[in-house]
Design a protein around this ligand. Structure first.
Ligand code: FAD
Length: 317
């Protein structure tokens, strides 16, 4: 219920203005977002890399409505990739079970590159970013957004993969279709991020009960771990992490043949613990000024974060 209210607020421009202008928002945002520009993103990446973690960077922004905005997002990614390359953060790591696993890569939302009004433009922009990434030895992962975009995103992914096979997919366990998509994508060299899913989706396309989503996650994980691709298990859920470690033993996957992923600012001690235990742990690092939609999804996932927001508000009064 609370999750639905927050996700509905995520689409309200009135609430957006209110939250964006509240002075307290800055403190809350700092916990989940690495900064507003390339310099701050680079500094956060360096710090995480020095702690033995891998990184995927997201230039915040979604639902772009003009070609100019889409172009500006593309340029921001090109600037970021050049800076990462210059800093020596894009070199592929050892291992990876036959796929490119770089210290730092980028994640992008096709909606930020124009998908909603011109799919070809979004694909062209994404292709340019993939080319720049490949030139520096690193990769791109296409974030997955709400279910109305799933087919379009997977179609664009398959075309990008013809030239850039390392391009990563994201599949959401809450969607009823996802077991089938996992089977399709569990092929040699295929990087697939599995997450629970962060959008408000209708019952006919998505499981609603958390237990049903968790069970679907395990079924999907089994398919990916048994397959020939490179699973990227994106979750903070301790039970799912333990099951993943068990499946890795069962399917005889070495630690460099899959990775865990978590969000910047969420369970940081667990991130370091898993990396020290020999796993590849990649942190999803968002940066930029358009943090509203991202922040609201993080608040919706955990009411305790709402309390954190409330406490910060009170302490400012
Ligand atoms: C690397 C990465 C990339 C992602 N990419 C996408 C994407 O492309 N598309 C998409 O729809 N979703 C994406 N997500 C979000 C994902 O779908 C979930 O909404 C989110 O990860 C929460 O699910 P969970 O698996 O951590 O489990 P949950 O059941 O939400 O949480 C399990 C436990 O993790 C901790 N936790 C979880 N969330 C928070 C939080 N916000 N604050 C504090 N603690 C928390 C708590 O201890 C909680 O009990 C991504 C997530 C990650 C980690």
């Amino acid at each position: 219920m609370l999750r639905s209210v927050i996700l509905a607020a995520a689409r309200s421009q009135k609430v957006e203005r209110l939250v964006e202008t509240a002075p307290v928002s800055r403190d809350v945002v700092k916990r989940f977002v690495a900064g507003s520009g390339t310099g701050e993103a680079l500094a956060a990446t360096r710090q995480l890399a020095d702690a033995g973690l891998c990184i995927t960077l997201d230039n915040l922004g979604e639902d772009t409505l003009t070609a100019e905005q889409a172009n500006a997002t593309k340029e921001a990614y090109l600037e970021l990739l050049a800076a990462l390359g210059h800093a020596g953060l894009t070199a592929p790591k050892e291992g990876g079970g036959g796929v490119t696993v770089a210290t730092a890569e980028v994640s992008l939302k096709l909606s930020a590159l124009g998908q909603a009004f011109d799919e070809q433009l979004a694909e062209k922009n994404a292709r340019e970013i993939c080319e720049a990434a490949a030139g520096l030895g690193t990769t791109v992962t296409l974030d997955m957004e709400d279910h109305t975009t799933t087919d379009s995103t997977l179609d664009i992914l398959s075309r990008l993969r013809r030239d850039h096979p390392g391009t990563g997919a994201v599949l959401q366990a809450y969607l009823r279709r996802t077991e089938g998509d996992c089977r399709e994508l569990a092929t040699a060299g295929s990087r697939v991020r599995l997450c629970k899913g962060a959008y408000k989706e209708p019952e006919h396309v998505a499981y609603q009960a958390p237990l049903e989503v968790d069970k679907s996650y395990v079924r999907c994980m089994n398919i990916l771990m048994a397959g020939e691709g490179y699973p990227m298990l994106a979750t903070h859920d301790p039970r799912l992490i333990a099951i993943a470690q068990d499946r890795a033993r069962w399917f005889d996957r070495a630690p460099d043949e899959f990775e865990f992923q978590m969000l910047y600012g969420i369970r940081p001690e667990e991130q370091t613990r898993l990396a020290r235990a020999g796993h590849t742990l990649r942190v999803y690092v968002p940066y930029g000024t358009e943090w509203y939609g991202y922040l609201m999804r993080r608040l919706a996932e955990r009411p305790a974060n709402l309390a954190f927001f409330g406490r910060a508000l009170i302490s400012k009064k």
